[in-house]
Design a protein around this ligand. Structure first.
Ligand code: HEM
Length: 495
């Protein structure tokens, strides 16, 4: 017995060592990265850094290079870091990096349908249709701009009703941003007191913090085991159900209504395109109700935190900088006077436009970027990245790239201005990503941020509450790196 124990205690470490060396050998073509052990991969590094935040992957790139591999258990994630590597990946290897890297968790939520998590022919069809509808709702007809202006006006009234006292703006901002999408999708809006709105926002908040927990990682690594166990992952999966069933109900109502001559919203357009496709009898068509439901889900969530987070940051950052607020106010007064501001005015308001860009650069609302997956073996910078590998284009690292931005970690509107004060569009401003899979909602997002912020800034002066000299600009630890909870005073300018 003692002999067996002795041989086991010698054999086992040798076998483990051989297994470890075999792993290292089989991974030799991948770009370098933190040492990956069996089972845990490189996760030890996150424990060592006391969690994952917006700087973790940027620091790793400084150590391992702008193309590096991070092993999550047995999953390789290849990170692209900095403007050159991200652009090379997403533009020069656009086809090779085209697929969305859907993980077991997101596969379960999306079933590969909709826009953000679909691939291949189905993705192309949803994306083309989504783009066409957003253009129709926005271009020429002013439907979109009118809806944004209505919401911005409501937000001004809510802020005014606080009478300059400290208040938490977060729920009001989220409600307004949410309502723009709701009215484009369904044709109606929700009040901030609506219990459904509260439920939807709570489920979104839950998902944002769940994405950085160990339960999320465990689900991605061992989905079939986790499916059998209770825990926060169950709540996260259930929380996505609400919008899906709400969309289903709205589609049913739209089908029952008398058809109008002109489609009124996203659902009307999609249903009418579905009908046309049905008449063509195309067996490959992916325009169907399930895809419509998931497209609504994707557009709603893709545009919620990404817009409300820069708006929250805008109030906080500008409350810390009264001189910047005054300059914006003066520019609007001088150029627009008492007329209504419309989106086209961004061309006449270079300083304001530059500040809005700088807010998005300085405090980006996505922790790293949306994962992609290789559609074939990709040869990049001397490495072979095999087909099916997950790719993370780190867009935050592009916006903080010290080779391109003069003061990457400092708020500086001059990043977007020339010496004569004209607005400069910077190619390194890749917040909406680039290439054929870049953000579908970029024109909507640009319009929303401009109209909401100019409306607010021409009416109010934002200040920290009495007794607080300056807000912290350290982001909270969640997937959108949003500001930590804060209360602000909106002091009416006409006082
Ligand atoms: C400032 C606000 C926004 C930012 C920073 C942003 C950023 C992004 C990024 C980085 C991606 C991933 C692109 C890639 O894989 O390369 C993305 C995808 C997407 N965004 Fe946005 N987004 C914003 C607002 C919006 C809005 C308002 C909508 C909807 C109206 C929207 C809809 C989408 C959709 C549907 C996708 C998936 C595209 C696809 O997979 O083909 N986004 N966005």
């Amino acid at each position: 017995m003692a002999e067996i124990q002795l041989s086991l205690s010698v054999l086992l470490p040798i076998l483990l060592l051989l297994y470890f060396l075999k792993l290292l050998w089989s991974r030799r073509h991948y770009p370098p990265g933190p040492l990956a052990f069996p089972i845990i991969g490189g996760l030890w590094r996150i424990a060592f850094e006391k969690g994952f935040d917006g700087m973790t992957a940027i620091k790793a790139a400084k150590q391992y290079g702008n193309v590096f591999t991070f092993w999550v258990g047995h999953f390789p994630l290849v990170f692209l870091s900095g403007f050159d590597a991200v652009k090379e990946g997403l533009v020069d290897h656009a086809e090779g990096f085209l697929d969305r890297g859907s993980t077991p968790f997101y596969e379960k939520v999306s079933e590969g349908k909709g826009i953000a998590f679909a691939n291949g022919h189905a993705w192309k069809q949803q994306r083309r249709l989504g783009q066409m509808v957003l253009t129709k709702l926005g271009a020429g007809k002013r439907i979109m701009e009118d809806k944004i202006e209505d919401e911005a006006q409501q937000l001004v009234e809510i802020f005014a009703s606080q009478k300059g006292k400290p208040f938490d703006p977060i729920l009001f901002i989220t409600n307004s941003v949410s309502n723009v999408t709701f009215s484009l999708m369904f044709g109606y809006r929700w009040s901030v007191e609506d219990p459904n709105f509260e439920k939807l926002i709570k489920s979104n908040e839950y998902m944002l913090s769940f994405g950085l927990t160990i339960f999320y990682v465990l689900y991605e690594l061992f989905p079939s085991i986790m499916d059998r166990l209770p825990g926060p992952h169950k709540k996260a999966l259930e929380s996505t159900e609400m919008l899906l069933s709400l969309s289903k109900e709205e589609i049913r109502k739209h089908r029952e209504q008398e058809p109008t001559q002109e489609p009124r919203d996203f659902i009307d357009y999609y249903l009418s395109e579905m009908e046309k496709e049905k008449n063509k009898n195309d067996p490959t068509s992916a325009l169907d109700e399930e895809n419509l439901i998931h497209s609504i889900h994707d557009i709603y969530f893709a545009g919620l935190e990404t817009i409300s987070t820069p708006m929250k940051w805008a109030l906080l950052i500008l409350a810390n900088r009264p001189d910047v607020q005054d300059k914006i106010f003066k520019e609007i007064e001088d150029v627009v006077g008492s007329s209504n501001i419309c989106y086209d005015d961004h061309k006449r308001l270079p300083y304001t436009h530059a500040v809005i860009h700088e807010i998005q650069r300085y405090r980006y609302p996505i922790l790293v970027g949306a994962a992609r997956q290789t559609t074939r073996d990709v040869h990049m910078r001397g490495y072979i990245i095999p087909k099916g590998t997950y790719i993370v284009p780190n867009l935050r690292s592009v916006l903080l790239d010290d080779e391109y931005w003069e003061t990457p970690h400092k708020f500086n509107p001059n990043h977007f201005l020339d010496k004569d004060g004209n607005f400069v569009a910077r190619k390194e401003f890749l917040g909406f990503s680039t290439g054929p899979r870049s953000c579908l909602g970029e024109p909507v997002a640009r319009m929303e941020l401009f109209i909401f912020l100019t409306r607010l800034l021409r009416v109010f002066n934002f200040q920290p509450p009495p007794g607080i000299k300056e807000f912290t600009e350290e982001p909270a630890k969640n997937l959108s790196a949003s500001p930590q909870p804060f209360k602000v005073c909106a002091i009416p300018r006409n006082n």
